[in-house]
Ligand binder design. Structure first.
Ligand code: NAD
Length: 392
């Protein structure tokens, strides 16, 4: 087993890296094998015998619970820690099991502070907007802070009442309209957390030849959290990327989130790389995904650019309504594998998959979610078509 490592800021990738993967619940059982098959076909076509992925299955989710009595075994976390780069199918969120979400746990344990979501249009895909081809953005959503940190107390609980008293008595806050029945949530946003996210977005922009990084925030209302994100972002850009800004290689601007949601619909061509906080990023990435045709082809990754840890994942859920029917779109996971191949520097293989996907969708070959109900090819068949296009 050969490990991908990161030293001196550089990723070192052996020719046959071991990559842990989680099959996932629901449609995971159908899309994950197809994704591996397509990735293998591309690596083989690009590098012949020279390179190969050594896939290592690790347990998580419902199947893991049935086998091991736990939704997320320690050995799975350890594998992602040890092998640095991994990929996962969707996981069900256990209800009432004392765990917020398996996905959130993985992100927190590995401190995967960037949620990266590239959004582009594939010709042939039905879209609700007139010019989906103008959408070509990459969203960098902060993954560890903000209102998502999970610091909240239900209305009427002793903690909420105590917190209310603390606000009133110690902090002289008199603005809580109904203190007895208020629930509270805390929104931590730090300079370090904002800086590392924005730094990653800028470095990505420079590495991929994208010129503009837009800081999307709601600093007009939340002056110190969202406003802090904006201020720290500009200061970091000036300090660490001043020469690129002066030469015109890089442009930093900002936009208030509600205006961004409107502008991204009206003038999507104005935006390249988006850096934003957790909740804004959640809304933004789903809206942009819808603009280019939806959930079945939206890839994602959770990355810590400092340690190198990265987990690539389908952004949709386990789709229980279509599981087991061989109709799920494997596109989201396959495009996540493309991101993974790019991340480890296997760009030739990544391009082969992207071209195959473009060719299939352009020719109207798609799963029913994109082809229209009653039409389209099955999950496995779609994978076979991609493998065929990769080979010729
Ligand atoms: P979902 O994404 O599973 O389904 C929403 C809709 O999209 C459904 O109609 C579904 O059929 C469709 N859909 C999803 N993936 C598709 C695909 N590949 N091809 C075609 N159609 C697809 O969202 P949900 O119903 O809100 O969540 C179901 C479960 O998934 C929950 O347990 C939730 O916690 C979990 N979930 C997991 C992740 C993850 O692992 N990253 C993300 C979201 C939801």
């Amino acid at each position: 087993m050969a490990r991908i490592t990161k030293t001196g800021g550089k990723l070192s990738v052996p020719d046959v890296p071991t990559i842990p993967f989680i099959t996932g619940d629901g449609v995971g059982a159908e899309i994950t094998p197809v994704c591996r098959e397509v990735a293998d076909a591309a690596v083989s076509a690009a590098y012949g015998q020279e390179k190969r992925i050594d896939w290592m299955e690790v347990d998580a989710g419902r199947a893991s619970f049935d086998r091991n009595g736990t939704f997320l075994p320690d050995s799975t976390l350890q594998a992602f820690k040890d092998f640095l780069v991994g990929i996962k199918g969707p996981l069900m969120t256990p209800v009432g099991q004392g765990m917020r979400s398996l996905n959130v746990t993985l992100r927190q344990e590995l401190d995967l502070y960037v949620c990266q979501r590239p959004v582009r249009y594939f010709e042939g895909v039905d879209s609700p907007v007139r010019h989906p081809e103008k959408v070509d953005m990459c969203v960098f959503r902060e993954n560890t802070e903000d209102i998502y940190a999970g610091i909240e107390w239900p209305a009427g609980s002793p903690e909420a009442l105590r917190f209310g008293r603390f606000l009133k008595e110690d902090m002289a806050v008199s603005k809580v309209r109904f203190p007895e029945t208020s629930a509270y949530g805390v929104k931590p946003v730090s300079r370090e957390g904002s800086e590392r996210l924005i730094r990653s977005a800028i470095e990505y922009a420079l590495a991929t030849g994208r010129k503009t990084v837009t800081l999307v925030h709601k600093g007009n209302i939340m002056k110190f959290t969202e406003g802090g994100f904006r201020e720290w972002g500009y200061a970091l850009a000036r300090k660490e990327f001043g020469s690129q800004m002066e030469s015109g290689e890089l442009e930093i601007n900002d936009c208030i989130c509600d205006a961004f949601l409107q502008n991204a619909l009206l003038h999507p061509e104005r935006y390249d790389v988006i850096a934003t906080l957790n909740l804004n990023g959640d809304y933004i990435s789903d809206m942009l995904a819808a603009q280019v045709g939806g959930i079945g082809i939206s890839p994602g990754a959770n990355i810590n650019y400092e340690s190198g840890h990265a987990i690539f994942e389908a952004t949709h859920g386990i789709a229980p309504d279509i599981a087991g029917k061989d109709i799920a779109n494997p596109g989201s996971l396959i495009l996540s594998a493309v991101m993974m191949l790019e991340y480890i520097g296997w760009n030739e293989a990544a391009s082969l998959v992207t071209s195959a996907m473009e060719r299939a969708l352009r020719q109207g070959i798609a799963t029913p979610d994109l082809a229209g109900s009653g039409k389209g090819v099955g999950t496995r068949e779609f994978g076979k078509v991609l493998c065929g296009f990769i080979k010729n």
